[in-house]
Design a binder for this molecule. Structure first.
Ligand SMILES: [Zn+2]
Length: 273
C-alpha cells in the first residue's frame, strides 16, 4: 500500500506520498489551486504549450518550486507526445524545458534518473501519472500514460529501463498511479474498446465496463495491471483513484473542459543530501 495525502502550503494544494518523502524524495502532484493563471487556465497551470500567458506559467512554476523548497533550475521538463519513449535524465538535463518550451526534452513521455537534486516534471489533464521508486537502488521513474501510452505500455517500458540500465529488481519498485480520468467518465468508441480487448486479452473484462451499450475504460486500473505484469508486487502499487473529470475544481480535465485548459504537474526527485 502506498498512501497519499493532500497537503496545502501558501494556498497551493498538492498530493504527496509521506513514506517516499521520508526516504529523501520530493513528491508533488499539483492541483489547479493557488496560482496566477486566469480564465480556463485558472489558476496553477504549469504547462507552456497550452496557450496560457507564459509569464503566468513561469510565475506558477516559481511558486511551486519555492513551496517545494527546490530550485526551479533543477527541474527537467519534456515535450510529451503520447508515445512510449523513456529517457534517462542526468545532471546535464537540469533546467531543460523549465524556462521555455523549446528546450524541453524532445519526444519524451517518461524519464528515469538516479541523480540527486534533479527533479523530473511532467504535465497532465486526464492522462495518468505513473510514479516509480526503487527503494534499494535509489532510482526513480515518472511516466505520462494517456490512452496511447497505456496501449504502448509506457509503465512497463519505464520499469524495463530501470531494470536494464540501473539494475532494479521489479519487486523493489514501489509505484503510485496518480489522478486521471476515471472509468466513470472515460467513454471510448467501439474501435478503441476492441483494441483494449486485443492488447489485454481476458483481463480486459476488469478494465472495460459497458453501460447502456457504451464502453468505459479504466486507464488507472490498466496501468496497475501493466505494472503487476512487469513484476511489481500489487501491495507496492498505490492508486489515487480520483477522477480528474469528476473533480474539475481540483484538477484540469481535457475532456471535461472541451480541450482548452491548463495542466497540473508531477514533480519527483531525490533531494540533495
Ligand atoms: Zn469521473
Amino acid at each position: 500500500m502506498v498512501s497519499w495525502h493532500l497537503h496545502s502550503v501558501q494556498g497551493l494544494s498538492y498530493i504527496t506520498l509521506p513514506e517516499w518523502q521520508k526516504q529523501g524524495l520530493t513528491v508533488a502532484i499539483t492541483t489547479r489551486t493557488g496560482g496566477f493563471s486566469q480564465g480556463e487556465y485558472s489558476s496553477l497551470n504549469l504547462a507552456f504549450h497550452v496557450g496560457d500567458d507564459q509569464t503566468a506559467v513561469l510565475s506558477n512554476r516559481e511558486l511551486l518550486a519555492s513551496v517545494l523548497r527546490i530550485s526551479l533550475a533543477d527541474m527537467v521538463c519534456a515535450c510529451q507526445v503520447h508515445k512510449a519513449n523513456v529517457r534517462i535524465v542526468t545532471e546535464a538535463d537540469k533546467g531543460k524545458g523549465v524556462f521555455e518550451y523549446a528546450s524541453a526534452l524532445p519526444e519524451t513521455d517518461a524519464m528515469v534518473t538516479d541523480c540527486e537534486g534533479v527533479f523530473l516534471t511532467t504535465f497532465y489533464a486526464d492522462c495518468i501519472p505513473i510514479l516509480l521508486f526503487d527503494v534499494t537502488r535509489r532510482v526513480i521513474g515518472l511516466a505520462h500514460g494517456g490512452w496511447k501510452g497505456t496501449m504502448a505500455k509506457i509503465a512497463s517500458a519505464t520499469v524495463e529501463v530501470m531494470r536494464k540500465e540501473f539494475g532494479s529488481y521489479p519487486q523493489d519498485i514501489k509505484a503510485f498511479i496518480g489522478p486521471g480520468i476515471g472509468g466513470c467518465c472515460y467513454e471510448v468508441d467501439d474501435g478503441l474498446a476492441a483494441q483494449v480487448r486485443t492488447v489485454f486479452g481476458k483481463d480486459s473484462r476488469f478494465l472495460l465496463e459497458e453501460k447502456q451499450g457504451r464502453n468505459y475504460w479504466y486507464l488507472d486500473r490498466t496501468n496497475f495491471f501493466i505494472l503487476e505484469n512487469a513484476g511489481l508486487h500489487h501491495q507496492n502499487i498505490g492508486l489515487c483513484g480520483m477522477c480528474t473529470r469528476c473533480n474539475q475544481e481540483l484538477f484540469y480535465s481535457y475532456r471535461g473542459s472541451g480541450g482548452r485548459t491548463g495542466r497540473f504537474a508531477v514533480v519527483l526527485g531525490f533531494n540533495k543530501r
